[in-house]
Design a binder for this molecule. Structure first.
Ligand SMILES: Cc1cc2nc3c(=O)[nH]c(=O)nc-3n(C[C@H](O)[C@H](O)[C@H](O)COP(=O)(O)OP(=O)(O)OC[C@H]3O[C@@H](n4cnc5c(N)ncnc54)[C@H](O)[C@@H]3O)c2cc1C
Length: 447
């Protein structure tokens, strides 16, 4: 029997749940606090091109459900090369004089990652960079082999900090090349990252270095959101302020604009930091549980200041990392023109996450505050308990989001959490297992 279902939050999780349940014949209303749709609310038009904020990339293995969902909606993908550069952030050196000590590429035939920028043989550079990086690479591979031979329980209980202590790896390799990639994925500070379970991060890194290209969606996030939300009612621009189970078995939902309606089921698809809208008595146990999940906040600065890139343009690649020599301070930048075909040939435009160096304010296009779920040694147990509660008979209110599913808190976990709750409500995700349609974009190319 079709149910009336309110979905609170139109990020990836809420939109995916809404789409699956709508396609299964239910009556869906989406509630969103921001104007428009949550997932693409920060996307901007730039010189006729699209800036997605944050810009999102996906790996075919690690984002299987998200890519299947997008493919089922007719969205095509294109591959992007995510080469990186690493630049020292020395306070006494001007931005245009900073030393870029690493740039990467891939070998054309073997598709192995290689260091690109050291042409000509220089003993000094070999000693300073090549030798420690090569040693670190060997140590890292040995560490991975050893780690994945450990009993499952030991793997699962090891944090990233414990992994680093147990398997010493050359700091230049670990802090200079591995941690920046993890920092890009986790977008949280080093302290929070060290508490993450090592296993999903290491699996993630292994997949990323296998040479399979990362994918982006044609039309960016807005194209996906358009398809996800088609024919679904959205009430946006006012936060939900009340969710209350009534005696007649329905759940009342009310927003800050005074809109109120009753639903058979409610799916909460928001971060769990602020759940004031849930009735405190009725949902005391749920609130206590989901507030065990942790979140971090950060700022994504969209700008046109070249200070975030290597001073020599020939060293530019789509990911630019800046770090101090003690690896205490770091920032990463995505060069959007190298990733988004509609920005090719336009003014160079960048996204820098939590910049740790000055960015010319006159070149800032926007500053976006974003929330990111964190993972620690409690997270898996909290997931199990949430799953258990979701299966309770007579359950009316469910929780989904990138934070609510094992693995890394990314789009994939948001979609997977939506699929799980939809399944509990009897709606099977028909797109599961669909292979993405990947076409090289002629504007970007793929070499
Ligand atoms: C800088 C950065 C880069 C990232 N890059 C990638 C990437 O490349 N690939 C990837 O897979 N992931 C990436 N992520 C992570 C990914 O964006 C998130 O995991 C995902 O968007 C979370 O989706 P969600 O639906 O769980 O939550 P959210 O996107 O947080 O959605 C929650 C929604 O609920 C709304 N809301 C909150 N409270 C209320 C209320 N009371 N009433 C109504 N609405 C409410 C919010 O406005 C919001 O729209 C990145 C994250 C960051 C910060």
């Amino acid at each position: 029997m079709p149910l009336s279902i309110a979905v609170i939050g139109s990020g990836m999780a809420g939109l995916a749940a809404a789409r699956i349940l709508k396609d299964a014949g239910h009556q869906i209303t989406l509630f969103e606090a921001l104007k428009g749709r949550g997932m693409d609310s920060h996307s901007i038009d730039f010189e006729g091109g699209i800036i997605d904020s944050p810009l999102r990339v996906m790996n075919p293995k690690l984002w299987a459900n998200t890519l299947s969902l997008a493919t089922s909606l007719g969205i095509q993908m294109y591959p992007v090369r995510t080469f990186m550069s690493c630049t020292w952030l020395d306070d006494d050196i001007a931005a245009d004089q900073r030393e870029t000590w690493l740039t990467t590429a891939r070998l054309p035939y073997l598709n192995l990652p290689v260091i690109k920028n050291w042409q000509g043989f220089q003993w000094k550079k070999v000693k300073q960079y090549t030798a420690p990086l090569a040693k670190g690479f060997v140590q890292y591979q040995a560490a991975l082999n050893a780690f994945f031979k450990l009993p499952e329980a030991e793997q699962n209980s090891m944090s990233l900090a414990m992994f680093m202590n147990r398997y010493p790896i050359e700091p230049l390799f670990w802090h200079g090349t591995v941690m920046p990639v993890l920092y890009t994925i986790c977008t949280c500070d080093a302290q929070a990252m060290s508490n993450w379970p090592a296993k999903p991060l290491l699996i993630f890194l292994q997949q990323l270095t296998k040479g399979e290209p990362l994918l982006r969606m044609h039309g960016g996030t807005p194209a996906l959101v358009e398809k996800l939300i088609k024919d679904i009612e959205i009430i946006s621009g006012a936060a939900v302020t009340k969710v209350f189970k009534q005696d007649d078995g329905k759940v009342l939902v009310e927003n800050a604009a005074g809109y109120r309606a009753e639903y058979d089921r409610v799916i909460v698809a928001t971060p769990t930091k602020n759940l004031d809208f849930l009735d405190h008595q009725q949902f005391a146990g749920d609130i206590q549980l989901v507030q065990g999940f942790k979140f971090a906040h950060g700022e994504l600065v969209i700008h046109t200041d070249h200070a975030c890139m290597p001073s020599d343009r020939k060293d530019w690649s789509v990911l630019s990392y800046h770090m101090d020599r003690q690896f205490n301070r770091q920032a990463f930048t995505a060069w959007l023109n190298g990733l988004e075909p509609t920005l090719v040939g336009k003014t160079d435009v960048f996204q820098t996450w939590n910049p740790t160096f000055p960015i010319d304010e006159t070149k800032v296009i926007s500053r976006v505050h974003l929330t990111r779920a964190l993972v620690n040694d409690q997270t898996v147990a909290l997931h199990r308990e949430l799953d258990r509660r979701h299966l309770q008979s007579n359950r009316k209110v469910f929780f989904i989001g990138s934070w609510s599913c094992d693995g890394l808190p990314i789009l994939e976990s948001a979609v997977t959490s939506a699929m799980r709750v939809a399944e509990i409500l009897g709606a099977h995700a028909k797109f599961k297992g669909m292979q993405p349609v990947v076409q090289v974009d002629p504007n970007l190319g793929y070499a």
